[in-house]
Ligand binder design. Structure first.
Ligand SMILES: *Cc1c(COP(=O)(O)O)cnc(C)c1O
Length: 463
């Protein structure tokens, strides 16, 4: 399988190169040159398999010969051995035809672990074989950073630097990033919001002398390998509710469009998905875009679902590439227009987006109400991101017999204050994290300034 850039001007790469590169050199995102498909009998055959084996079968067509079959199985087994649930990504019933897909059983209690634990293992194997080191730099709205630090801490061939918006992540999220003691991990608190962090990250990738001198690698949700890892749980959850013989719908709490794009990939691969619903919080650029056809940045309004406080939704570019018939030049043009704040979709592209995706948004009050209502109706205590999904899913339910699966993207204990305020229950951290608030913190504060950030990285790397 070969990978192309969404902007059409970067070298074509294989899976391993695309994974190690992250952002393409033309500023685009890597996508597979074509969508492999699973036949209905191959999908049906996933039923009852271990999650790891299902993951192997779903991801294998994208990997090519980069990993041998046994090697790849070993990578997957090591990745998910750290999860505290045997099913890895179990589903829980919360209503007559409503389900939660629990993606928070990994070490940092958010769905980012599903992809990050896997790519940590893939990087380790690939870099050892190549005899190379890389510097991983990531921007986080809270959960990616801790997941990346957890996946890469202590590995020989990588230094990790995570940019997070100072004061805008929860205490649990910050402490998960600032308390690991391994010397190859660094938490940088940037004076800005998440979009600033993401913009500085992009600047670093576009600073080719810097990029090459430190062997920069990206593990943000733009990294194709992360999207791929997330395709798996759409298959496993749908199959456990009767796919491919029965359609299912998904509602996905969305920020950077990575997780929902993985659902789109599952559909392209042949999974019969009925509705695919984008759920946003009050930072609703994606919902507005589907309604109006205009993608316009507004300021980020901090919310109680901070991992979705995003205005520039990086992975949306992959969806644009699809609905513009894979014309890199058209995507590059839109991204250039976005530089001045907005772009307008062509009528054809908008219609095709609306065929693939439905959308809804959720205010702060509605988020709190959704946490309280779900607790009262089912006894489930969910995090605010999940609650955004639950609320939008309720709006979009047609009342038919198609199951609606909402993605539970984080454990409620990552956001204890918001959850307690909403439903009166204070969710407890699991035992392996119980002493998080006693561990010493280590972080570096830095201005929202490219040169200052690059300087810290140059001084901090070990090679
Ligand atoms: C990252 C994150 C999201 C948004 O996922 P995207 O792939 O960026 O759309 C939602 N909920 C939680 C808890 C997250 O950490």
């Amino acid at each position: 399988m070969k990978y192309l850039s969404t902007r059409g001007q970067a070298p074509v790469l294989d899976f391993e190169q695309a994974m190690l590169t992250g952002l393409a050199r033309d500023g685009g995102l890597y996508v597979p040159e074509s969508w492999p498909t699973l036949r209905p009998d191959e999908i049906a055959d996933l039923a009852g398999l271990r999650y790891e084996e299902a993951a192997f079968r779903v991801m294998k067509p994208f990997i090519g010969n980069n990993f041998g079959d046994d090697e790849f199985r070993g990578i997957i087994d090591r990745a998910y051995g750290s999860f505290d649930h045997e099913a890895r990504c179990p589903i829980v019933q919360i209503g007559e035809n409503d389900f939660l897909l629990e993606l928070h059983h990994g070490p940092t209690l958010a769905f980012k672990d599903v992809a990050m634990q896997l790519i940590g293992q893939m990087f380790e194997v690939a870099l050892k074989r190549r005899g190379e080191r890389v510097t991983i730099v990531g921007a986080t709205s809270g959960d990616t950073g801790s997941a990346a630090i957890e996946a890469f801490r202590g590995l020989d061939a990588v230094d990790v630097f995570i940019l997070f918006p100072d004061g805008r992540v929860s205490d649990v999220q910050r402490r998960q990033m600032t308390t690991p003691t391994e010397s190859n991990v660094h938490a940088l608190a940037v004076a800005g919001d998440f979009d600033d962090c993401q913009a500085r990250l992009k600047d670093m990738f576009n600073d080719f002398p810097f990029r090459d001198s430190v062997h920069l690698a990206g593990v943000n949700s733009i990294n194709w390998a992360r999207v791929l890892a997330q395709v798996v749980y759409y298959f496993t959850s749908a199959v456990s509710l009767g796919a491919p013989y029965r359609k299912v719908s998904f509602t996905v709490p969305t920020g950077n469009f990575g997780d929902i794009f993985a659902a789109y990939v599952a559909r392209r691969m042949g999974l019969p998905i009925d509705r695919l619903v984008i759920a946003t919080n009050q930072n609703n650029i994606l919902h507005r875009t589907l309604k109006t056809g205009v993608y316009r940045k507004l300021g980020v309004k901090p919310s109680i679902s901070p991992s979705m406080d995003i205005q520039v939704s990086s992975n949306f570019e992959r969806a644009l590439f699809e609905v513009y018939d894979r014309e890199g030049a058209a995507v590059a043009q839109l991204m250039q227009e976005l530089g001045s704040g907005a772009f307008t979709l062509s009528q054809g592209a908008l219609e095709r987006l609306r065929l693939e995706f439905d959308s809804g948004d959720c205010s702060e009050d509605e988020t709190k109400a959704a946490i309280a209502t779900l607790y009262r109706m089912s006894g489930e205590v969910v995090c605010p991101h999940t609650a955004v999904g639950v609320k939008v899913a309720a709006d979009k339910r047609s009342g038919g017999r198609v199951p609606m699966i909402t993605l539970a993207t984080a454990h409620a204990a990552k956001f204890p204050d918001a959850v307690q305020a909403a439903c009166g229950i204070r969710p407890e951290l699991p035992p392996h994290m119980a002493d998080l608030f006693q561990r010493p913190e280590r972080l570096t504060r830095v201005a929202n300034d490219l040169a200052a950030i690059e300087n810290i990285i140059r001084k901090g790397i070990k090679h």
